[in-house]
Ligand binder design. Structure first.
Ligand SMILES: Nc1ncnc2c1ncn2[C@@H]1O[C@H](COP(=O)(O)OP(=O)(O)OP(=O)(O)O)[C@@H](O)[C@H]1O
Ligand SMILES: [Mg+2]
Length: 390
């Protein structure tokens, strides 16, 4: 059982006391000894005791100084120190505690007292270590969960983008197909002259460039912004609406952006991350409109109405839809992770990530409420337009 015994380092310059403590403690503990402060510092590093019993009155380096030195060395700082000393003045005890000791025992000592104090502090120390480990594990776990959420939301965004690209490509691909068929027909009819071929190449290249631009646009879309920057909020909304408007139109949803377009409305922060938030909100509105349609709640066109305004120090954006509003079951914890009413159709991280971006990274605020016929999300961002311009 040697290995499981607590390790106790006994520091005393008098052999008599070292011997006494040995007799008293050797059954229960794994003991090491040091006859001076310097030896104690050395032993503490190498033996890594669970607790140290430290005499105060020693030549050269006394107990206080030894204790101070133990406490400033990260390798030994956590080891609890109990002073064992003939000094009984309360001022001495105060100095002892100030130098970092956890307890104080007076010589001559009662054996049960020494043992029970050692036991108490070993238990406390052990408990503390255990708690620290738990906290560390918990923090670590949170960090991993957070990483996973970020990863999941990136994957979801990628899925959206592929959908949008596929949609944008459909038309030019079809046209390209028709063009190719036309070459064959024209050739068979004997009309494929140089001018025809030239026109054919121009048209074909035009379509290919268009498709290639689509890829570039989407590729830039999700690149994380490297640093905080001043950017035009309105422009970010127009860009997202632009990239996804075809896709939305195909499910008869219109995005309207209302803003005093005469000047830019600036904020500081992460532009591309904000675009992810916009996309999340637009997608949620689209889902709401589509499901309200399925249930026959609305028959008219889906409308996502975005208003961007600026006050003295804030940019206020509202995104309203006519998708029937937020379910009461989720309205109070909408922004928590994994809250979703969409079953297989949603993971419930869209709004969680949106809040992390707006409130955690951009010093803003995001909130939700129901309005007549639908839902409204409000985003506030710090304004970065000089006041004189407003
Ligand atoms: N515009 C809206 N209208 C009605 N309900 C909404 C609207 N936006 C969000 N919700 C509700 O809030 C829930 C959480 O939204 P969130 O974007 O976090 O997750 P999700 O859309 O379900 O899944 P994910 O975004 O991860 O694909 C949704 O499931 C929906 O019930
Ligand atoms: Mg969502």
């Amino acid at each position: 059982m040697e290995g499981t015994k607590w390790r106790v380092l006994i520091v005393d310059d008098e052999p008599f006391f070292r011997q006494l403590l040995r007799q008293l403690l050797h059954d229960q503990y794994n003991l090491s000894f040091a006859a001076s402060g310097a030896m104690a510092l050395d032993a503490a590093q190498h033996v890594k005791p669970d607790i140290i019993l430290l005499d105060i009155m020693m030549p050269e380096m006394d107990g206080y100084e030894t204790c101070n030195k133990l406490k400033v060395n990260p390798a030994t700082a956590d080891i609890p120190v109990i002073f064992i000393s003939g000094l009984t003045e309360s001022a001495e005890k105060v100095t002892a505690f100030k130098s970092g000791a956890v307890d104080y025992v007076c010589k001559p000592f009662q054996s049960d007292e020494v043992i029970s104090r050692i036991e108490t502090h070993l238990k406390l120390y052990n408990l503390q270590r255990h708690l620290e480990k738990r906290v560390e594990e918990e923090v670590d776990k949170r960090r991993r969960e957070e990483q996973m959420l970020i990863q999941q939301s990136k994957m979801a965004a990628m899925g959206e983008m592929i959908g949008a690209i596929a949609h944008q490509w459909k038309q030019p691909l079809n046209t390209l197909g028709l063009l190719m068929q036309d070459v064959e027909d024209t050739f068979n009819a004997g009309d494929a002259d140089a001018e025809y071929l030239k026109q054919y190449v121009i048209q074909g290249m035009g379509l290919i460039n268009l498709m290639s631009h689509t890829i570039d646009d989407f590729q830039n879309f999700l690149k994380p912004s490297k640093h905080k920057d001043i950017f035009d909020v309105t422009e970010a909304f127009y860009e997202v609406a632009g990239l996804f408007s075809n896709l939305l139109k195909s499910s008869t949803i219109e995005v309207r952006i209302n803003t005093p377009r005469t000047r830019s409305i600036n904020s500081t922060g992460y532009r591309n991350e904000l675009k992810q938030v916009i996309l999340n909100l637009i997608n949620n509105s689209r889902d709401a409109v589509n499901s309200a349609r399925k249930k026959g709640i609305i028959l008219e066109e889906g409308i996502i109405s975005i208003d961007i305004e600026e006050s003295a120090d804030k940019v206020v954006i509202t995104i309203s839809d006519n998708g029937g509003g937020i379910d009461n079951a989720v309205i109070d914890n909408l922004f928590d992770a994994y809250v979703s009413t969409k079953g297989e159709g949603g993971t419930g991280i869209g709004l969680y990530m949106s809040r992390a971006i707006i409130e955690g990274k951009m010093n803003g605020k995001i909130s939700a409420s129901n309005i007549e016929g639908g839902a409204r999300f409000t985003i506030e961002l710090p304004s970065a337009t000089p006041e004189a311009d407003i």
